[in-house]
Design a protein around this ligand. Structure first.
Ligand SMILES: Nc1ncnc2c1ncn2[C@@H]1O[C@H](COP(=O)(O)OP(=O)(O)OP(=O)(O)O)[C@@H](O)[C@H]1O
Ligand SMILES: [Mg+2]
Length: 261
């Protein structure tokens, strides 16, 4: 029996005469962290945008939980349990960190009042601080601060914290640790492990090969719009993965940096 949550079957994407994706196929299982690797322009972000409904695909099929699905808008993807964190995630700039973390699902004091129920600010602040602690940014950021006062990296941490709250079935992170400091980066890596432990799946795009070996179960390597390798991390090593990403001859690399094991 397979516990496949997402299957991509021969996905293609053309931008005019540019073939950004030339038939991408792979699957992601429940509780699996799949690193999506490849040099600049390999097609990683295009693939993620196709899965998350930013661009419609030109051909092929997206299958979720065994059923072919149509993902035409970001909303379709969210309803199918896919949460994507782009570097420039939309946050409400004028609202506090705490409000952004729970936007649309804030705790209220009198539920019976429906949409008119006042927000339970104390509970909101408590939950927000708790969440920030888990991502490792509680020391630096006060849950009451507004988003517009934060740096790019700090804003990124807030988007990631928000995804932890939504806890989607499939979480996609497109280069989430760019611009982040050491503590925040460790928070993201911890978050990835937590999500996996809870049985959810992750697709993690990064250029940091060391992070891949810390948290990923598998690596899908793309080159020029196609998948060139699907590797179990436990059975591979950094040098091999790097050589496949760049397309370099493994023996040439070995000559430069010692023997390959
Ligand atoms: N909107 C677009 N219009 C035309 N071409 C595009 C568009 N988006 C991407 N491309 C092309 O598709 C190819 C893949 O780009 P993509 O952004 O998916 O690469 P990537 O693997 O994410 O690279 P990076 O590691 O630099 O982020 C590139 O050749 C790019 O120029
Ligand atoms: Mg990209």
């Amino acid at each position: 029996m397979t516990n496949e949550v997402l299957k991509l079957d021969n996905i293609t994407k053309n931008f005019g005469s540019v073939q950004a994706l030339r038939g991408v196929s792979f699957s992601v299982n429940a509780g699996e962290v799949v690193a999506l690797l490849g040099d600049n322009g390999a097609g990683k972000s295009t693939l993620i945008k196709a899965i998350s409904g930013v661009y419609p695909i030109s051909g092929g099929q997206i299958v979720i939980g065994g059923k072919p699905v149509s993902v035409r808008r970001p909303r379709d993807a969210m309803e199918l349990g896919i949460e994507t964190i782009h570097q420039d995630s939309s946050l409400a700039l004028d609202l506090s960190i705490a409000r952004n973390l729970f936007l649309g699902r804030e705790p209220v004091t009198a539920k019976w009042m429906g949409i008119f129920a006042p927000l339970d600010m104390r509970e909101l602040r408590r939950q927000a601080t708790d969440l920030l602690k888990r991502v490792g940014i509680s020391k630096k950021l006060n849950a009451d601060a507004t988003i517009s006062a934060l740096s790019g990296g700090e804003r990124q941490s807030i988007s990631i914290s928000r995804a932890m709250q939504f806890f989607a079935k499939i979480i996609i992170l497109d280069e989430p640790t760019n611009n982040l400091g050491v503590e925040e980066t460790n928070g993201v890596l911890r978050f990835i492990k937590e999500v996996r432990a809870a049985g959810h799946s992750l697709i993690y795009i990064t250029h940091n090969i060391h992070h891949v070996f810390q948290v990923a179960d598998r690596a899908i390597i793309m080159r020029q719009g196609t998948v060139v390798a699907d590797i179990k991390i436990a059975e591979s090593d950094i040098l091999t993965v790097e050589s496949i990403i760049t397309g370099a001859d493994l023996h040439e690399l070995a000559d430069q940096s010692g023997p390959v094991h």
